[in-house]
Design a protein. Structure first.
Length: 294
């Protein structure tokens, strides 16, 4: 089954005092890359997150946003009495020097740096929270995979339709090819006869036969057509395989391009050249779409 490299998935869960939100986006890239953004203190989980994502995504850039919020506990914060007293004494001294008898409110000092000690340990919290984060991440990955599979089915349909276009042109070329040498022989004979009548000279039949043989050898495209049909069969087989393989499809499409170009250069026929143009247009659409396949 083909998988699209583009997709989106998200999940939100609440666990007692912890809320977890995961958002995933994947975009095209030749190689795998994880771009992780987390709440402060949860960056230490990147190896575990990366290992989990790699099981579902093998190619493309993954943008992952992890937001974790833990409800505060009374024991998480402590007032630094020494810092508070120092600020208070300094403010009191300034008030006296200014001749102000205004009462100082201790609450105003609680927002000053170092007055409140945050005793939470972010790195420790992140590891303790992994049992809640992991299932949420798996849920988001499942949603992402579902979307990528749906887009992959659409990609497979489009790719096979374009392969069918090329296959139809191949059949038309196979039907037309035998007539190319016949037409060339008739044109050659006509030109030779006209030249002979004008110049009053003779030409050995063996010379005409040799010229025809050279033309047939140069314009023979039977091997290219056989290889192209083989590539089309391989491409369809890869599309229908259980495992998504965008790189293999890229390689096969490159080989198809080589055969089509060779057919165009050797055919020496206007009708076949038109078929080649149609094949190249279909192949270009295939190459564009293959870039979206994992």
């Amino acid at each position: 089954m083909l998988l699209s490299m583009t997709g989106f998935g998200e999940a939100h869960n609440r666990f007692d005092s912890l809320s977890v939100a995961v958002e995933l986006r994947t975009i095209n890239s030749r190689h795998y890359k994880l771009s992780l953004r987390t709440s402060e203190g949860y960056g230490a989980l990147e190896p575990q997150i990366d290992a989990l994502v790699r099981k579902r995504v093998r190619r493309g850039t993954v943008q992952l946003n992890l937001h974790v919020h833990r409800d505060s506990k009374p024991d998480d914060y402590r007032i630094n009495a020494e810092a508070l007293k120092a600020f208070y004494e300094q403010a009191k001294a300034v008030a006296v020097s200014c001749g102000s008898g205004e009462h100082l409110n201790l609450g105003h000092f609680l927002m000053l740096p170092g007055v409140i000690d945050d005793r939470r340990a972010p790195e420790q919290d992140s590891q303790e929270s992994w049992p809640q984060i992991e299932p949420t991440l798996r849920e988001a990955l499942a949603a992402l995979t579902k979307m990528r599979e749906a887009e992959g089915r659409a990609l497979a349909t489009d790719l096979l339709e374009n392969c069918n276009v090329i296959d139809q042109q191949v059949a038309a070329i196979e039907h037309r090819a035998p007539n190319v040498s016949v037409g060339y022989r008739e044109r050659l004979t006509e030109r030779v006869n006209r030249a002979l009548s004008e110049l009053n000279v003779t030409v050995e039949p063996a010379d005409l036969l040799r010229e025809m043989s050279l033309f047939v050898d140069k314009s023979d495209i039977s091997e290219e057509l056989v290889r192209l049909k083989s590539h089309l069969a391989q491409f369809a087989e890869t599309v229908d395989s259980k495992e998504s393989s965008g790189r293999k499809l890229e390689f096969i499409s490159q080989e198809m391009g080589r055969e089509i170009n060779t057919i165009g250069s050797k055919a020496n026929d206007c009708e076949i050249s038109q078929y080649v143009v149609d094949m190249k247009a279909a192949l270009e659409r295939i190459r564009e779409q293959v870039q979206n396949v994992e």
